[in-house]
Design a protein around this ligand. Structure first.
Ligand code: HEC
Length: 132
């Protein structure tokens, strides 16, 4: 293998890693609940599919809680308001679904996007359902 090519490849990997680290260090996405407030990055529609396939069984289809606590409303937002979206994604990824944890980082981010959209802009999710 050509040494220059290898060096270029290594440089590329290092700068990508540095860029990723800077991006997440500079802009932690903070959870902010309330009508029309911004939603952390992630695909809320994918999150909704996962939620209605798995999570609803313990958290209820309207996120109001059942065997598990509510994921919307005052008690939930009091716990998570102002905290990092990545912390919520990390909790979901590490511990949920409670009977079978271990999803991808991406899936956890999509679920966070869905959970926050459900509180901040539920109308956008209804429009999606109408189109199915
Ligand atoms: C088998 C039941 C069950 C399933 C399925 C489940 N959960 Fe949970 N969840 C719980 C319980 C019980 C808790 C309370 C904390 C604990 O016991 O670990 C919880 C806690 C949580 C919390 C923390 C809530 C808080 O008050 O901070 C989040 C967020 C959460 N679940 C998200 C999810 C998501 C997303 C899914 C789907 C991938 C999911 N859960 C699937 C039972 C479940």
């Amino acid at each position: 293998m050509n040494k220059h090519w290898l060096a270029a490849l290594a440089g590329c990997i290092i700068s990508t890693a540095a860029l990723t680290a800077t991006a997440s260090a500079q802009s932690p996405e903070l959870l902010d609940f309330g009508p029309g407030k911004p939603v952390p990055s992630g695909d809320p529609v994918m999150g909704k599919y996962m939620f209605t396939a798995v999570c609803w069984a313990c958290h209820n289809a309207d996120l109001s809680g059942f065997k598990g606590p509510p994921l919307t409303g005052p008690s939930f937002t009091k716990i998570w308001q102002g905290r990092q979206a990545s912390a919520l994604a990390g909790l979901i990824r590490g511990t949920m679904p409670k009977d079978d944890p271990g999803m991808s980082e991406r899936a956890a981010r999509d679920l966070v996007a869905y959970i926050v959209t459900y509180s901040n802009n539920p109308e956008s999710l209804k429009a999606d359902r109408a189109g199915q």
